[in-house]
Design a protein around this ligand. Structure first.
Ligand SMILES: [Mn+2]
Length: 318
């Protein structure tokens, strides 16, 4: 890892143009770790990287510091080639989306990620699959190399960790909490950061509540299943975590399945579990993710995907 970090620094030093991208339909970690890294590079190396995303940018994240530095890739004019591309928090190649052409144009590609990925697309991987967020890996790099930080970077790192750990609920190690302790001592205000995320459109919140209220329950109430049909999908903002949170409050629910009909025959499947791994089921559906929070996008009808997922759970639940 140390050698890899040295190569990374050399690549930044010699780059005149840098592009940073996360995954399509970005979440808090994807956006905030990209913006934090961009600012770190700007402050420490004097090159201002271009940050791009594909898909929908959630309204929820509109108030994060330096939001204006993150651009929809399709709106960026006259991009030539880049000396260096850095992919953060992308997961697997299918999540890269339209920014792939910019990544491909780069002389050298580095990835910084905490997702499991058997087929990395980069020349250099700075991945750590036990990290709670990509922001955690970036913090460690910046800290180890004694890079200059400021309050914007600290807030962005804190946001990436807070959003990916569900405000520490999903933190399985002490490291992200130790980092947060340091950030709070340096002036980060968690309550303020939490409040700036309260920025969803009314229709998104009301749709999430309505979808949760229509949830179905299987296997003696151990599995909750929420379905977002196409007409409602457009009204959502971001990953609709509130549906998962609401269902997770119910006594006896051990697993949560959320099906989102993105298109007629394109269904996003999100899986959450309290105690047993669900990443195996996500892999069987062609996706992946973390042990207790995983997902896939399946190209089939809603009915078929629903039946298949329930069948996989039938095999899993003893
Ligand atoms: Mn992440």
């Amino acid at each position: 890892m140390k050698k890899n970090i040295e190569i990374f620094v050399e690549k930044i030093k010699s780059a005149k143009s840098i592009v940073i991208a996360g995954h399509k339909n970005p979440d808090g970690d994807s956006v905030c770790s990209a913006l934090a890294l961009a600012r770190l590079i700007e402050l420490n190396f004097g090159v201002k990287p271009l940050c791009v995303y594909d898909g929908n940018f959630p309204d929820m994240l509109d108030n994060v510091p330096n939001r204006g530095a993150m651009h929809y890739f399709g709106n960026v004019k006259n991009v030539g080639h880049f000396d260096l591309a850095i992919l953060v928090d992308y997961g697997t190649v299918v999540n890269i989306g339209g920014v792939m052409s910019m990544i491909n144009s780069a002389e050298y590609v580095v990835e910084i990620d905490h997702h499991k990925n058997e087929e990395p697309v980069s020349d250099l991987c700075l991945n750590d699959t036990v990290a709670a967020a990509t922001g955690e890996i970036i913090f460690k790099i910046a800290h180890d190399l004694k890079w200059v930080c400021d309050s914007i970077i600290n807030d962005l790192i804190a946001l990436s960790i807070l959003t990916d750990t569900g405000f520490f609920k999903y933190a399985r190690r002490g490291v992200p909490l130790c980092i947060m302790a340091q950030l709070v001592d340096d002036g980060v205000n968690i309550e303020q950061l939490s409040n700036l995320l309260n920025n969803k459109p009314r229709k998104a919140v009301l749709t999430e509540a309505a979808v949760a209220s229509r949830a179905e329950f299987f296997f003696h109430g151990r599995v909750a299943l929420a379905t977002v049909e196409k007409s409602d999908y457009k009204k959502l903002d971001g990953r609709s975590d509130m549906i998962l949170n609401l269902l997770g409050h119910i006594r006896g629910v051990e697993y949560i399945i959320m099906l989102k009909q993105q298109k007629d025959t394109q269904i996003s499947v999100s899986l959450r579990s309290r105690a047993n791994p669900v990443d195996g089921i996500a892999t069987m559906l062609g996706g992946g993710g973390h042990m207790y929070a995983a997902g896939a996008v399946v190209r089939d009808t809603l009915e078929n995907v629903r039946a298949r997922v329930l069948e996989l759970f039938r095999g899993e639940i003893k």
